[in-house]
Every structure is written in structure tokens, then in C-alpha cells.
Design a protein around this ligand. Structure first.
Ligand code: FES
Length: 187
């Protein structure tokens, strides 16, 4: 029984350490997103990384490898509305002006396609049953304006799953915002 307890606590400690102390390499940090089973095939979630950027993480395959998932910025490069994954159409869709992106983030319809502006893609990694996302160094620097790695050392460098994103400021679609005759423009 003692050996069983030691093994159980060992496994628990291993999971905790992987979550609390994200791996960092020269290209950024690997942050824990969720367990692989948390995302059913065809579903997606929103993940907010340190620094505030939100990322749509979708499971577009039936397997459990990194290639069965995709992570793209959820902020449309046109006017900053939030895109969402449409599994039945195999695309990310922006409802503001019918912008659409393929699973690699390439703009395929609407204003983003006309402007040739794609969604930024993030690297993913599956480690056992855990899904991790790579957050590039330049975004981490935003989260740590003094350039100090203190938050990471304290195990506080985490993202979190969010229900929805409050859109405000200049990125918000002016066609959906309250009209201001001084500043509004044609939609
Ligand atoms: S198409 Fe996305 S904000 Fe216009």
C-alpha cells in the first residue's frame, strides 16, 4: 500500500510541476492549456495568455497528437472582432463582416482575404494527456514589462480558459458600436 501511495503522490507531483512551472525555450514558454480530453473533436475554446491576447484552440482531428489541434489568434485582423471555429465548415469565422480563415489561419473570405491578412498561428504540443501552447518571447515581454522573469520563477506565468472576450477600444467593430457622427464611417 505504501508503494501505491508513493506512486500516486509522485504522479500528482509530476502533474503539478508541469502545470506550475512551464517549460521555457529560446522561442518562448510552453503554457498548459487543458487536458486533451477537455476538447472534443470539432470543439474549441478560448485561451487568454499573459499579456492579454486571446487564442482560439480547436480540435480539428480525431487523434490526440498536436496535429489534431490548432491554435490561432482569436482577434480578426480586419477590425478586431472575435473569430470562432466552425467545425462543419472547417474554418474560423468572423461574424462582423463575414471574414473567414482556413485551419492554418490563412484568410479565405471577406475583408481579411481582400487585404491578405491572416490570423497568427501558435505552436502546440501534446505531452502525455496534456495540451501546451507556445507563447513567443515578445508576447511574454508584454506580460513582464520590466523584462523580469520573476513571475515565471514564482510559477505565476499561466494562461486561462475564458468564456468570452469583452471587445472594446479601437479594435471594436465600428458598425456594431454606438454611432458617433463625428467619428463613424461607412460600414
Ligand atoms: S471581417 Fe472581422 S472585423 Fe471585419
Amino acid at each position: 500500500m505504501g508503494a501505491g501511495l508513493v506512486a500516486s503522490y509522485g504522479t500528482l507531483a509530476w502533474f503539478a510541476s508541469r502545470f506550475l512551472y512551464p517549460k521555457r525555450d529560446e522561442e518562448g514558454a510552453w503554457l498548459f492549456v487543458c487536458t486533451v480530453n477537455r476538447l472534443e473533436p470539432g470543439s474549441s475554446l478560448l485561451f487568454k495568455i499573459p499579456g492579454g491576447e486571446t487564442i482560439a484552440v480547436a480540435r480539428n482531428g480525431r487523434g490526440a497528437d498536436a496535429g489534431d489541434f490548432v491554435a490561432l489568434s482569436s482577434t480578426c485582423p480586419h477590425l478586431g472582432c472575435q473569430v470562432h471555429w466552425e467545425a462543419n465548415k472547417d474554418r474560423f469565422f468572423c461574424p462582423c463582416h463575414n471574414g473567414a480563415f482556413d485551419r492554418g489561419g490563412k484568410a479565405i473570405a471577406g475583408p481579411p482575404a481582400q487585404a491578405g491578412t491572416d490570423l497568427k498561428q501558435y505552436r502546440l504540443r501534446v505531452d502525455g494527456s496534456l495540451l501546451y501552447i507556445n507563447v513567443p518571447s515578445e508576447l511574454l515581454a508584454k506580460a513582464e514589462p520590466n523584462g523580469k522573469p520573476a513571475r515565471e520563477a514564482r510559477g505565476e506565468l499561466h494562461g486561462r480558459i475564458v468564456e468570452r472576450v469583452a471587445v472594446r477600444g479601437p479594435g471594436h467593430d465600428p458598425c456594431l458600436a454606438p454611432r458617433n457622427p463625428e467619428t463613424s464611417r461607412e460600414c
